[in-house]
Design a binder for this molecule. Structure first.
Ligand code: B12
Length: 338
């Protein structure tokens, strides 16, 4: 059976093949690190050498089957929590690291059956690979000014996954040329000015601060975080390509805070501040939110409480003064509530 038909039988509609070579944008990546734009994500520096030559961790691999998976209508629906909180679209379901990887593994198992002796290794956000670069080479989109890979019919709301293989696969599609033109909506919409053309300064990115960062964002970032509890989609929801694919109305809705009762929001935030780390771990075990760990989620709750001026939560914020890692943030939050 032809490879494309097999991939499609596994439910994947957007895929391509790319040679596994030094990424086209390796020099840009290196320059980005040298400018300190990776903020505290030191692992990105550690991966530099491996990203340049992927054969160092996958010696037999010659090419990649690259697959993108839309998360606009989340493919892996999750339990209700935390419906009232403003979270990035990709995180409103179960963790794609679990599900997408499993789907790729199922495809890889079948490929192994058809190609005995060949190697198939599956990754999504789980290996030192410049995934956008690989997907670009596979003809799955262009690098938008917001740095996201954008595809004319899919927009940018998708995950990227890949199967590295010892097969020598030739690209079937040409790279997609840049379609951003003179548009700079994403750059203008970012509340912290984290974007320049195709370059993101993670030191200013809300997603970095409320997902990846170990510490607390500087005050000028916190005040601009608004009520984003986890991640941020601003530079994607304003993109005309996402408006074109998903409709302007839906993108506007996604850009707004969730329509839940104020009471539910207060209850969810109260729970976050008072629950034990174990309880939070249990509730977020299969969610991308677990990436921020309980302490990070408590931190994010304090920032939202401050920015929404939720006076009702003053007692719970006061209790947070007892947690040394949150003490100064809790003091600042209390100051916002006066
Ligand atoms: C670190 C990281 C982050 C960091 C830094 C993001 C960033 N832009 O670098 C933070 C925490 C901020 C983050 C946020 C998000 N992330 Co993230 N992240 C990653 C990760 C692990 C590495 C990215 C990386 O290496 N960055 C380094 C910089 C230099 O790369 P870059 O910004 O993409 O820049 C490239 C282009 O600009 C390009 N380029 C610039 N000019 C030119 C010119 C030419 C000619 C060419 C060829 C290339 C080129 O070169 C650069 C290097 O490749 C990848 C997974 C992976 N292994 O790749 C996911 C990944 C990029 N993230 C993803 C997602 C979904 C997100 C969020 C949408 C989540 C959210 N809603 O909060 C946001 C989007 C923010 C944004 N605008 O990027 C997806 C992106 C899918 C897509 N459609 O692009 C990925 C691929 C994960 C996945 N497997 O699906 N992320």
């Amino acid at each position: 059976m032809d490879l494309g038909t097999l991939i499609e039988r596994h439910g994947f509609s957007h895929y391509g093949f790319a040679p596994l070579e030094t990424p086209l944008s390796m020099a840009i990546y290196r320059e980005w690190l040298d400018s300190g734009h990776h903020a505290g994500m030191e692992y990105l520096r550690e991966h530099e050498r491996l990203k340049e030559n992927p054969q160092q961790f996958a010696p037999q691999a010659k090419s990649a089957i690259v697959i993108t998976r839309s998360y606009a209508d989340h493919p892996y629906p999750a339990p209700e929590f935390p419906k009232s909180l403003r979270t990035a679209l990709y995180s409103r379901g179960e963790d794609y690291h679990l599900h997408f990887r499993q789907e790729l593994n199922a495809l890889a198992d079948e490929l192994r059956g058809h190609n005995p002796g060949e190697q198939f290794l599956c990754f999504t956000d789980s290996a030192p690979i410049l995934e956008r670069d690989l997907a670009y080479r596979a003809g799955l989109g262009w690098f938008g000014k917001n740095t996201c890979l954008i595809e004319p019919k899919q927009g940018s709301l998708f995950f990227i996954g890949q199967i590295l293989t010892s097969l020598n696969l030739k690209p079937v599609a040409a790279v997609v040329p840049d379609h951003c033109g003179t548009c700079d909506r994403c750059i203008r919409a970012c509340p912290t000015g984290a974007l320049d053309v195709r370059r993101l300064d993670a030191r200013k990115c809300l997603s970095y601060w409320n997902i990846e960062a170990k510490g607390v964002a500087p005050e000028e970032i916190r005040t601009k975080n608004g009520d984003w509890f986890f991640g941020c989609d601003i530079c994607q929801t304003v993109c005309p390509w996402n408006e074109k694919v998903f409709g302007r109305e839906q993108m506007r809705r996604e850009a707004e805070p969730p329509e839940t009762e104020a009471e539910t929001l207060v209850d969810d935030l109260r729970w976050l501040l008072t629950a034990s780390h174990k309880e939070i771990e249990r509730k977020t075990a299969r969610s991308p939110l677990s990436r921020a760990r309980p302490i990070g989620l408590k931190r994010n709750a304090l920032v939202v409480i401050a920015n929404r001026r939720l006076q009702e939560l003053r007692p719970e914020v006061q209790r947070s003064l007892n947690e040394p890692r949150l003490k100064s943030l809790a003091e600042w939050t209390l100051a916002q509530l006066t």
